[in-house]
Design a binder for this molecule. Structure first.
Ligand code: GLU
Length: 416
């Protein structure tokens, strides 16, 4: 997958921030306060590899803004998780937590590595050394990491263990843990469930039933695979899916459970017998009602946006659409449902997990899903109402609400 060069990810996200700041009438100082990361830490992460060599990776923890609560956000293990990318992702967490109104600020971590090429032992050692190097910035009331691309519940268990070896048993220090270790029921599926909640709300608003919507999903990791499964259960027709190795397409609909079984076995969706094989780039260009990018950023850009034939783009990934491509989609009347709304389900259930850990409570999955759906629907309605009231796009409305809330609380706290 090629991500076109041009403005960095952080500057791209700030195009949307600036539009919100203009609408809110923020002055230069206020903008600077809200735009800049409050704290950035870059660390070297030396790891003894299985072959005996030492390899030194670069890691980051970037705390973008803590006005509304402790910093919150995932840790990404990916070759493209550099400082610019982690900064962009950290700022998106600030606007996301504010938009859905959970009591957190925004942060993100990352290690520039390719977890697909590393053994379990190497990943365990990498994770422990990364935590040792950033632990002084963490605390249950200061900064709480979580999974993101390339990390999962196992990674969070290692993080919790590494932190607890220094500070004593501390469940609430990370979220997205295995359920046996204080993880919340429903956390693993939460982002996908939130994505489908937004799709259902959009289908309802457009007057089309869920059953009539066709869906293409780019990315079949945690978010993409749960989105596919829950969308199919909700009555959508999943017609195309891809992962880093390639894609599969079947206009009559793909049997998602069989595709999951195949992908589990083969390690990729490629080679699934009951669909045509297509490239990642070709998949984005197939007609559908909902196109769901659920992998890396910048995949819909000036160079390919004219080929997009979806009715609605649902940003399950963070910043998958560049600002230039976003303008083109809006001009063409393609609705774009923005990342900070669409993929907020993960951090919402992280909030439930953190609270359960702090109070030694346990919610069953039904309760988690009901509360998650309630918050996602409320956020969708707020965004949709603001977009209509002000004649702006859903993304502009979402940023307006997120940035506006942080600016408001910053004033109350006496920052500005
Ligand atoms: N990595 C997820 C996100 O981008 C979840 C973060 C969290 O749960 O803190 O929203």
């Amino acid at each position: 997958m090629t991500v076109p060069s041009g403005a960095g990810a952080y500057e791209s996200v700030n195009v949307f921030f600036d539009r919100a700041a203009d609408r809110l009438g923020l002055d230069d100082g206020e903008r600077e306060l809200l735009r800049r990361p409050w704290r950035e830490l870059e660390v070297s992460v030396p790891v003894r590899m299985d072959d005996g060599r030492i390899q030194v990776f670069t890691g980051y923890r970037i705390q973008h803004n803590g006005v509304r609560g402790p910093y919150k956000g995932g840790v990404r293990y990916h070759p493209l998780a550099d400082r610019d990318e982690v900064r962009a992702l950290a700022s998106l967490m600030t606007w996301k937590t504010a938009l859905v109104d959970i009591p957190f600020g925004g942060a993100k971590g990352g290690v520039e590595c390719d977890p697909r090429l590393m053994s379990t032992g190497e990943l365990n050692r990498l994770t422990r050394r990364y935590v040792m190097n950033i632990e002084h910035l963490l605390d249950v009331n200061r900064d709480i990491p979580a999974p993101d691309m390339g990390t999962n519940a196992q990674t969070m268990a290692w993080m919790m263990d590494a932190y607890s070896q220094i500070h004593g048993y501390t469940l609430a220090i990370v979220t997205g843990k295995p359920v046996e270790l204080g993880g919340s029921a429903g956390r693993e599926s939460a982002t996908g469930r939130g994505v489908v909640t937004v799709m259902l709300a959009a289908a309802r608003e457009a007057g089309t039933g869920a059953g009539r919507g066709s869906v293409i999903i780019q990315g079949f990791g945690n978010v993409g695979s749960w989105t596919a499964r829950i969308a199919a259960d909700a009555g959508f027709k999943v017609v195309g899916v891809s992962d880093v190795d390639g894609g599969v397409y079947r206009p009559d609909g793909i049997d998602v459970e069989s595709l999951l079984a195949h992908s589990h076995e083969a390690g990729t969706v490629v080679g699934f017998p009951d669909a045509d094989s297509v490239s990642n780039e070709e998949l984005i260009e197939q007609p559908c009602d909902f196109l769901v990018p659920a992998a890396v950023g910048g995949v819909i850009h000036a160079g390919n946006v004219s080929n997009v034939r979806a009715g609605t783009v649902v940003e399950a990934a963070n910043h998958p659409v560049t600002p230039e491509a976003d303008d083109v989609l809006n001009d063409r009347g393609v609705r774009v449902l923005p990342d900070i709304l669409v993929n907020a389900g993960g951090v919402i259930v992280s909030y439930f997990e953190w609270s359960q850990n702090l109070y030694q409570a346990h919610w069953d999955e039904r309760r988690v899903n009901v509360e998650l759906t309630k918050i996602m629907r409320r956020a969708y309605e707020k965004v949709s109402a603001a977009a209509k009231d002000q004649g702006i796009t859903y993304r502009e409305a979402a940023f307006l609400l997120g940035v506006g809330s942080v600016a408001h609380v910053a004033r109350i706290r006496g920052f500005i």
